[in-house]
Ligand binder design. Sequence first.
Ligand SMILES: Cc1cc2nc3c(=O)[nH]c(=O)nc-3n(C[C@H](O)[C@H](O)[C@H](O)COP(=O)(O)OP(=O)(O)OC[C@H]3O[C@@H](n4cnc5c(N)ncnc54)[C@H](O)[C@@H]3O)c2cc1C
Length: 524
Amino acid sequence: MTQDFDVVAIGSGHNGLVAAAYLAAAGKKVLVLERNEWFGGGVVTRSLTVPGFLHDQHSMAHIFIQANPLLKNDELGLKAKFGLRYAFPELPMMSVFEDGQTLGLYRDRDRTCAEIAKFSQKDAEAYRWLADKAAGYLPMVTASLYTTPAPLGATYALMDQSREGRELWRYMQMSSHDLLCSIFENDRVRMHFARVAGENLVSPDEKSTGFGAFVFVGFLEAFGIGVPVGGSGRLTDALIACIQSHGGQVLGGVDVATVISKGGRAAGVRAVDGREFGAKDAVIGAIHPHDLGTMVEGLPPEIVATAEATQISEIGCITVHAALEAPLKFRAGEHVRAVMIELLPVDYDTLRKSFDRLRYRELVDYPLIGLGSLTMFDASRAPPGKATMHAWDYVPYDRADGKSWDTAKDEYVARMLEHMGRFIENVGPNDVIAYHSDSPVDMERTSSSFRRGDLHGIASTTYQYGAHRPTPDLGQNVVPGCERLYLVGPFQHPGGGVFGAGRAAAIKICDDLKIDFEKVGVRQ
Ligand SMILES: Cc1cc2nc3c(=O)[nH]c(=O)nc-3n(C[C@H](O)[C@H](O)[C@H](O)COP(=O)(O)OP(=O)(O)OC[C@H]3O[C@@H](n4cnc5c(N)ncnc54)[C@H](O)[C@@H]3O)c2cc1C
């Protein structure tokens, strides 16, 4: 071994950094190794276009991490000591329909109801019911997100014991579409919430997606959407500063090839260039289940085979990051100022059919474009008077027309911008100073988590959920056959998104090392 540490983390994604930061705060000698020359994986802010413009290459909206004790109680001092700051705009999400109508989802329930009442008074009342239910479920939801998941069988058995539990279980099995049709009468209102389900890379018609509506509304009302001041990558910066303040190191340009296992226990890692880094206590690995067998020596074949059989979503993502001459001018009016803005057709079935096309690896007829222009809330990201835009659409990884994304990407971006022109006055060639785009293939190149352009690493389905995510063997963040190896990533519970879920791995490691997790961090 060239160098020895207590804990070595493979990958500087925010989940690996969170786990490493807790261990560093617990007094461990920590090293984080990152393949890229930049840090943060999906939580990164980069100058992708022209100088002066900052773009969140992947995540931009920090929603689910807000309830994590990491931030809620500032357990590592990321806010108090390491400069992390959030803006929480009053209007987290707005749907803009092609005919210029809009529907905003505010943190304030009365304002949301007023928006929904533009389409249906009855649906405005139904939203109060949905939001009440969501608020009731929220404590249970948040209690389950930032620790290792409870066993699924026991969870379902518990639900089965009460009327409320059985009702919850039913919502969990319904599709978003079925649930929304049972709650709302108006198609625009249904579409507005169905698009939220789509943000999880699933069609609203996918079974077992219904409960997402309760989770989203519950979070939105209680916490809003956090926009990190300075960019998504400021979370990464704060985590790195925290690790370094405790004597830890974070190294870029180190591509880890193998977890070294001695006597069935992780003992360190070997980089592609041959360097070895010893880990006395633990290795934290952002290892996609499809890579587990090749990266970890000597695992039981059945563990590897089930990991390799995990399924990836059919729906990939393409993004466009633009440096703009001026703030966006929506044809619907100046009131369109939300963190997430969804550009929607006038007819709900058009949206549903677009999701259907993706099943067959076809390009959608009607683009499913969402966008954020966070200079609306954080002027520091662009020169005075200018703006940025982050737009996304859903596409297949393998195209049915056989074209490669590397050659056909710009053609697709031109189509996206043209479509956006129906909603926005100034996204033409004279308005866009420069753009950077990531196809699903590029996304996979930026992080091995985003396999085939799946933002969540693997599909979010019932059989890859909770303690069974990514597989029943690996759901507790540990790897049978290789002790002291702990997995982090969007393919682990609770799934893709900025959750700060590395906290669960840190709890597990602390348990194994007989460290009292409750005493780690600023609580000391
Ligand atoms: C386009 C896009 C938009 C998104 N938008 C949002 C959003 O707005 N809100 C939200 O909550 N979520 C969003 N997400 C999802 C979110 O970004 C991810 O789920 C999250 O960042 C995953 O974090 P992670 O730490 O688990 O993994 P990653 O961020 O993927 O980090 C893993 C890191 O490990 C490194 N690595 C892997 N293997 C090795 C190796 N062998 N050697 C060295 N380094 C290695 C990778 O290079 C990477 O840096 C988005 C994702 C994408 C792609």
